[in-house]
Structure formats: C-alpha cells, structure tokens
Design a protein around this ligand. Structure first.
Ligand code: HEC
Ligand code: HEC
Ligand code: HEC
Length: 420
C-alpha cells in the first residue's frame, strides 16, 4: 500500500470513529435528558384558612407574579390560570426550544388536581415536575429555592382555591442543545430541602427586604447579571443589572435591560431618595421624569404593602455599590420602520398594554376600558392626558418619554379600536 493510501485509511478510521462518537452522544442525550430524580416530595400540607389564601394570592399575583406567566393567553381582565403561554426560545442564544407555562388549576387531568401539596412545593422550590423530571428554569427556581414553608404553602393554598379548568397545554419542545444541558446537569434540579425554612421576621429591615426581593419577588432574578452560556447568576454582582435584554426573545417593540440598582451613585441608584425609589417602582416614573418600560413590572408593584417596598429599599442600600451600566432601551426594527396607526399600535404594545390590555380593552392592573372612555375625549385632551399622566391614579406621565408625534400615533391607534 502506498503511503497516500495508508494515510487515507487512517483518516477514514478517524472520521468513522468521530461519527460514531457523535451518534452515540446524540443517542445518549435523547435517552437521558428527561431522566427522573427519585427524591421524595416533602410531606407538607397547605392550610385552607382565608389568611393563608390571601397571603398566597399576594405572592402569586403581585410579588412573584406567577399570574402573568401562567395565565391563559387572551383571557381579558381576569384570565384563568390554566397556562399555555408560549415561551419561544428557539432564537435565544444557541436556541433552547419552545416551552409552555402549565395549567395550575385543580383540574385532575390537565392541571394540578392530581398533585399532592408536597409535589407542588417540590416543583416550586426544587424544580421537579410530578414525574420527577426537571423543569426548564423559566421560572426563577434559583430564588424560590429559599421561599419559606409558610409562604410556599400559602401559594399552594391559593392555587387550590381556583376553579378547575380543563386545558391541556402543549408538550414542551426542547432543542437538542437544551436536552444536552439537561443530560449533562447544566440544568439540574435544586438541592433537596430537608429542613424547614422560616419566614424572616416581617418588618422594614434589610433582612426582610432581602427575602422579599429575592425569594418571593423576582427583583434579584431580573436585575442580577448572568453567565450567558449556562444562565448561572453572578452572585458577587447582585442587582448590578441584567446581562440580556427583556423583550428581545419575545419579539416585543421595545427592548430594555434591567438596570443597575445597587447603591452606586453614578451607574446605580445611590443618589435616589427612598421616595424616588418607591415612585419608580410603583409608577414607573424615574426621578428625571422618564417612564420605565413595562418589562419592569411596576404596574403590579403598586399593589404591594408599603412596608415590603421600604424593606426592599433598606436591603438594596446595604449592597456593595457596583459600577456597571447596561445598554439603553432600544426599539425593535419593526417599531423603528413603522408609521402612522401601525406605529401607534406597536408603541401602545410596548408602553401601555401591560396596564391597559390588548386592544386597550382593560387588563388586571387598570380595568378602565380605554377605547370606550376615549370616545368622549377630543384628540387634544387625550394627547394632553397621556403626556401629563395622572399620578394620583398611578397613570404615568409620558411627556418626557414619548415625542408629540408618537403620542399622536398612539391616539390614532386607540381611535381604530372597535368599542364593543
Ligand atoms: C417567567 C414565567 C414564570 C413564572 C414567573 C412562574 N412560572 Fe411556573 N412555569 C413556567 C413555565 C414555562 C413552566 C413549564 C416549564 C417546563 O415545561 O419545563 C412552569 C411550570 C410550573 C409548574 C409545573 C407544572 C407542571 O405541570 O409541570 C408549577 C407547579 C408552576 N409552574 C407554578 C408556578 C408558581 C406557583 C409560580 C409563582 C410562585 C410560577 N410558577 C411562576 C413559567 C413561569
Ligand atoms: C421581569 C424583570 C424585572 C423584574 C421582576 C424587576 N425589574 Fe426592575 N427593571 C427591569 C427593567 C427591564 C428595567 C429598565 C427599564 C427601562 O430601562 O425602561 C428596570 C428598572 C428598574 C429601576 C429603575 C432604575 C433606573 O436607574 O432607572 C428600579 C429602581 C427597579 N427596576 C427596581 C426593581 C425592584 C425593586 C424590583 C422588585 C420589586 C424589580 N425592579 C423587579 C426589569 C425588572
Ligand atoms: C402603570 C400602568 C399604566 C400605564 C403603563 C399606562 N397607563 Fe394609562 N392609565 C392608568 C391608570 C391607573 C389610569 C386611570 C384609570 C382610572 O380612571 O381609574 C389610566 C388612564 C388613562 C387614560 C384616561 C382614561 C380616562 O379614564 O379618561 C388614558 C387616555 C390613558 N391612560 C392612556 C394611556 C396610554 C396611551 C398609555 C401608554 C403610552 C398608558 N395610558 C400607559 C395606568 C397606566
């Protein structure tokens, strides 16, 4: 055999072995990605008294905001919590596939009716489904992991108070990459919780503020930078601003980064007073008069107990000041390229819809039917109202955020909405 042929033969062998390895890896990932964790669910039981249900509702709707993710799409002002919202992550990073929020009503077949209280607790704090497979971490399980027994059981008590709704949510569709992350435990359930977790003493203290902002609300989840490869949080940079943009993966008109809210004076909120902080968090109005995007869920934070917000502020004040600036809010190319009513429609979706609902028909935070009430107002009155807001009702003033022609386009859009 000539030297050339011998080399060819060796190369063929190497390629063959490499192909076999790849095939083996693919088969291994396909077989192993949804392996079951055999740990038992904790033996915890939710109470059914009205105080527990009310606490659960507060966490579910306003602090953790399970509500927005688990509502059935297009449900109007009081949507059912029967899941089905699509999280399309096919274009995010290397592509993670498609995920659907689940039906949390007590329907036995399609919801949580067949789950024990302990299994729901395990899902929330440890990230396992009833069958022991791992949940994809769209839910902030890293943080819920520290939720107290009383609070997690209050959430369960609230879930049990829903009417059962039959709604079979589509099965998840992980990409191969996501499956590989599961297989090699880059996405893994959290450590098993074996000892009771007590709620820190409630009060305006940094300790309680840490618990609220990190364990039962999602401030830490959104505002902390992450490793973009595996999603792990940089815990030494707590609250220094997000690493990725909100709105991007969802194809929304506006794309914004969660800002640095450590006490750094230049790049964080070190120069803000407590009142300015509370105003920004509950009305979206920053001290300079501009309005935050609704990726920052301020529309829901206006329903908080004032003590909880003050505790969060007290806690943020104790963090190390970090110098870090996130990129500014940007428009999607679709918004930038649109004009007239279409422009107004997209601006409405980016700026107003979180409070006023799809097609201005009302939503949970603000149930005024905008299209209906606008009918009796002149264009000029409407434009002035939008620019000036109504802070006593927590309608932010958009005069420093939107240009006059943008407001004109929004009004033009509102005029096209059919009043039913
Ligand atoms: C950012 C969106 C988001 C938030 C916030 C969120 N969830 Fe989820 N949740 C999801 C998605 C998506 C899934 C499905 C993940 C999967 O298929 O692996 C899910 C799955 C679940 C499951 C598992 C159900 C099943 O059938 O497997 C439970 C239980 C659950 N969520 C309860 C809650 C509760 C209670 C809260 C608030 C404390 C909450 N979720 C907050 C998006 C969210
Ligand atoms: C779903 C993600 C998300 C959650 C949850 C969230 N934020 Fe934000 N936050 C944002 C985004 C995005 C911005 C920036 C919006 C913009 O630039 O218009 C922001 C901005 C802010 C600002 C304004 C900072 C500045 O310099 O203008 C403050 C203050 C703030 N958030 C505090 C909080 C607190 C406190 C919580 C919890 C109670 C919280 N956020 C929860 C996404 C989030
Ligand atoms: C944080 C939530 C929030 C956001 C965001 C928001 N609004 Fe409002 N808006 C309100 C509230 C609350 C009211 C007062 C409702 C009432 O009368 O009880 C209101 C009232 C209004 C009214 C007056 C309706 C009337 O009763 O006469 C108009 C017009 C309006 N909003 C337009 C807009 C437009 C346009 C945008 C986006 C540029 C917007 N709003 C964004 C909360 C919001």
């Amino acid at each position: 055999m000539s030297i050339g042929k011998r080399i060819l033969k060796i190369v063929a062998w190497i390629v063959g072995i490499a192909l076999l390895l790849v095939l083996f890896l693919v088969a291994y990932v396909q077989m192993r990605w949804d392996a079951k964790d055999a740990r038992p669910a904790p033996d915890l039981k939710a109470r059914t008294d009205s105080a527990s249900i009310a606490r659960g509702e507060y966490i579910y709707r306003y602090t953790a905001q399970c509500w927005g993710c688990h509502e059935t799409p297009h449900g109007g002002q009081n949507p059912q919590q029967a899941g089905g919202r699509l999280f399309d992550l096919t274009e995010t990073g290397p592509g993670f596939g498609k995920w659907y929020s689940r039906n949390l009503t007590p329907d036995v077949e399609s919801g949580l009716g067949g789950w024990t209280d302990g299994e729901i607790v395990r899902a929330l704090r440890e990230g396992l489904r009833k069958d022991g497979t791992t949940l994809f971490p769209i839910m902030p399980i890293d943080w819920y992991h520290g939720m107290s027994d009383d609070d997690v059981l209050a959430v369960v008590a609230y879930l049990r108070s829903f009417q059962p709704v039959k709604n079979t949510v589509p099965e998840r569709e992980p990409s191969f990459f996501a499956k590989a992350l599961f297989t090699f435990k880059m996405i893994a359930p959290k450590e098993q919780i074996l000892t009771p977790i007590a709620t820190p003493h409630r009060g305006i203290t940094p300790e309680y503020g840490r618990y609220v902002s990190s364990q039962i609300a999602d401030c830490a989840d959104c505002h902390t930078p992450r490793n973009m490869q595996d999603g792990a949080f940089y815990m030494d940079s707590l609250f220094a601003g997000s690493s990725f943009a909100y709105g991007d993966e969802a194809g929304e008109p506006l794309v914004s980064f969660a800002r640095n809210i450590t006490p750094d004076v230049e790049t964080g909120i070190g120069a803000w007073t407590k009142d300015q902080f509370i105003e920004a968090v509950t009305t979206g109005m920053r001290p300079d008069g501009t309005v935050l995007t609704t990726h920052m869920p301020y529309a829901y934070y206006k329903f908080w107990n004032m003590d909880d917000l003050e505790a969060v502020y007290a806690y943020l004040k104790t963090l190390p000041a970090m110098k870090r600036t996130v990129p500014p809010t940007a428009m999607s190319s679709q918004l930038a390229a649109s004009e007239g009513v279409e422009h107004g429609k997209l601006l409405f979706a980016g700026r107003c819809q979180a409070c006023h609902g799809e097609n201005a028909s009302g939503a949970q935070p603000t149930n005024v039917k905008l299209a209906e009430v606008s009918a009796s107002l002149s264009d000029q009155d409407l434009q002035e109202f939008i620019a000036g807001g109504q802070m006593n009702l927590k309608m932010p003033a958009f005069g420093k955020t939107l240009k006059p022609d943008e407001i004109t386009d929004i009004v033009a859009f509102i005029r096209t909405v059919e009043v039913k």
